[in-house]
Every structure is written in C-alpha cells, then in structure tokens.
Design a protein around this ligand. Structure first.
Ligand code: GDP
Ligand code: MN
Length: 378
C-alpha cells in the first residue's frame, strides 16, 4: 500500500528524522493560511501517489501567502500520472545547498532490505542508476541485527565528507531503518535529503510503501489508506478478495492460484501475447468473485480478449462455470472469451457452459493460443 508524502513525513518524524513542520490543506485559501502560520516563504506540493511531481509542475515555491494561494490554486485539481490532486502540503521553503538520495528497498536477490544512498539526489534514482551507477552506494541489511552503526556511518560519509553533516546524516539513515522496520515497509525513501547553507541536514520529501500482507497488524497504517488515490479496479478487487495487478497488455487472464497465474502469463507471452493483468481468484469457488473478476477485466479498455484458466482442486469447475454464466448474463462482453478448465467437476462445468453457449477447452496450450489470437496479436 502506498501512502502520501505527508503521512510518510509523520512516520519519519516520529522516528527522529529532521523533517520540517508542514500542513496539509485542500483549498487555496487554506494554503494561504498555512503559509502565514509557517512564516511566509513556503513550498506547495501535490499529494498524489506518484513520483516526479516536481517535473510535472506539482511542486511550486511561493514567496508569501498570496503566492501560496495562487500556487495551490494551480496545483489542486491538476492531474499527475492520471491521478487528480486533492490535497497539497505546505512547508517552509528550505534553502538547499546539496540534494542527496537515501532509501531502503526490499531486495529480492539478496532477500534482504538494502539501503541505497547517492550524493546525486533530487532527480530520479533510476536515472542515476542508468547513467552513473558508481554514484550509488549500498549496504545490505541483515534483518537479525538491523542497520548497524558502522554501515550507517560508512554510507553517510559517501554523502558528506564534512563530519558535521555526515554525523546527522548517519542518524537519518538509522531512523529511516527504524521507520522501515517498524512499519513493515517495502520501501522507505527520502529524496532529497538536503544540506542547507546554514549547515543543517533536512529530509524534505518522504515516500513509503507498506507491505499489504503485514497491514493486518498495523491498524493505524491501514487507516492511512486513501481510496481516492487507488485505481478503482484495484479497490474493487481488494474488496472482493481478489489478488489483482493491472498490467499493460491486451489479454485479460483470470486464474485460480498465484502459481498458475504466473504460468499462464508466461504462456501468453510465449505465444506472442501480452497479459493485461495478474488476477488470482484464489482457492474458493464463490461465483461472486468470478463475476467481479470479469467485470474488472471487461472494464479495462486495453483488454481485447479474456482468458479463464482454472485448475479445479478445492475450486470447483462447476462453480466457476456458474460464475461465468452469471457474469455474462449481467454484463455485455465486448471482447471474446476463452475458457479452459480441468479438474474437479470438469464435466459438469462443460455442461453448464455448453447450455449457455460457451465452449470450454481442457488443454492449456490450445486455450492460451486461442486467447492470444483473439486479441489480434498474432
Ligand atoms: P518529487 O519530484 O515528487 O520527488 O518532489 P520533491 O519533494 O522531491 O520536490 C522536487 C524538487 O523540488 C526537489 O528535488 C527540490 O529541488 C525542489 N524543492 C522541493 N522543496 C523545496 C524547497 O523547500 N526549497 C527549494 N529551493 N526547492 C525545493
Ligand atoms: Mn522527491
């Protein structure tokens, strides 16, 4: 789960990071008031779940409350990467001398959190990784011991040679690790971590992703969920108990079980297609889930073909078949549907689908090829 900058700032502040005070408002007038109480010169920042707000015009400096009102007026309602800005953060303008990047991500290769820092902050870290990889420094964190003092110190000196800056920077790195760890985050990032001309180190941006699978033990974090900031299809899927991730391709895939879903996506690729989503209806046979899955895929304008691939075990093929019949009677499908099912109650399922005018295949290769062809890819 993604949270907003202002929420990540609160968490970072609670773990001792030097985050300047700020206010969150949803009107231009509110921004003017906030600027007044923060001392006049402020930065106005769009609160959306997207990076690169600066480049998109979602971060503006204002010299006084009137300018803050105007800047907020321009940013509120703006679209950034398809997301509408409904709130802005107002913070006192920082006097930037240098901008560094610091972040922790879960690294799949080492299966551990990795802390990364770069003195070339402010810009996209992906860009630095591509054009100037030797400017990124890393320490792998052993989860048994956490980020060790010497690791934090080593990284901090990669950012600042002056001990009066490196020492507080090491404190920032240790605090960032504590925030990451205690929130069960998958990402925690400050970009930029700045030094000011008066010699302070400040965290002036904050980003955090929380592991969805750990949210059950963090009700306070779960309460930070902003449903407005989620894609409507992802929200529907979550509420229906489906695992759904939207992708860019044209073949909608509805599968039971994450392993089969991955194998199906691989096979779609193998036969020249591109999956439009990962969608796992799980091990239950609830026809409502099938209805919801079909509606979500049918609602994606990129989807040109839909494939059901069901391996009946605990999930009964006849229940899925009933779900498909129910869903297609409720909504007009504008794209071809290919169905493959095998396993528990397969014969009943073929019968149910046949009565409703659908053909079901039991062969996975054949079904995937047909679905890819139906999307017009080959
Ligand atoms: P992002 O583009 O979404 O990552 O938003 P950031 O909060 O990182 O802001 C983008 C850029 O705006 C930063 O890298 C800074 O260069 C600039 N910026 C943000 N806040 C301030 C500020 O208080 N003072 C100054 N001078 N620049 C700022
Ligand atoms: Mn940033």
């Amino acid at each position: 789960m993604n949270i907003h900058e202002y929420q990540a700032r609160e968490i970072f502040q609670a773990h001792g990071l030097p985050v300047p005070d700020s206010e969150v408002v949803d009107t231009p007038e509110g921004a003017a008031d906030a600027a007044r109480s923060l001392g006049g010169r402020v930065v106005i920042k769009a609160q959306v779940h997207a990076g690169g707000r600066g480049k998109a015009g979602g971060v503006k400096l204002a010299a006084d409350p009137e300018e803050a009102r105007d800047a907020a007026g321009l940013i509120l309602g703006m679209e950034i990467k398809g997301l509408t800005v409904r709130k802005v953060l107002v913070a006192p303008t920082a006097d930037i001398a240098t901008e560094a990047y610091v972040g922790i991500v879960m690294d799949r290769v080492s299966q551990r959190p990795v802390m990364m820092v770069s003195p070339e902050g402010g810009v996209d870290i992906e860009e630095v990784a591509e054009t100037n990889p030797e400017a990124i420094f890393k320490e792998t964190i052993d989860p048994r011991y956490g980020l060790l003092n010497h690791q934090a110190t080593r990284l901090a000196y990669r950012l600042f040679s002056d001990p009066s800056l490196a020492r507080p920077a090491a404190g920032v790195l240790l605090g960032l690790w504590r925030a990451y760890r205690s929130a069960d985050a998958t990402l925690a990032e400050v970009n930029p971590l700045i030094s000011t001309s008066s010699g302070e180190v400040l965290a002036i941006d904050a980003k955090m992703n929380i592991d969805d699978s750990a949210l059950f033990r963090h009700p306070a974090l779960e309460a930070m969920r902003d449903e407005d900031a989620e894609a409507p299809s992802e929200r529907r899927a979550r509420e229906a108990g489906l695992s759904y991730i939207k992708l860019e391709g044209s073949v909608g895939c509805c599968v039971n079980g994450a392993g089969l879903a991955m194998a199906t996506m691989d096979l779609v690729k193998y036969y020249g297609g591109d999956p439009a989503n990962f969608l796992d209806i799980g091990g239950s046979s609830n026809p409502e889930k099938v209805v919801c899955a079909l509606e979500i895929m049918a609602g994606d304008p990129n989807v040109l073909s839909i494939l059901f691939n069901i391996f009946g075990g605990i999930t009964r093929c006849d229940d899925v078949a009933n779900g498909i019949v129910e869903a297609t009677s409720r909504l007009e499908l504008r794209v071809p549907l290919t169905i493959r099912l095998t396993g528990t109650n397969e014969d009943e399922a073929v019968g149910i689908l046949g009565v409703a005018g659908f053909e079901a295949d039991t062969d996975m290769d054949r079904a995937v090829q047909r679905a890819v062809r139906a999307a017009g890819v080959q």
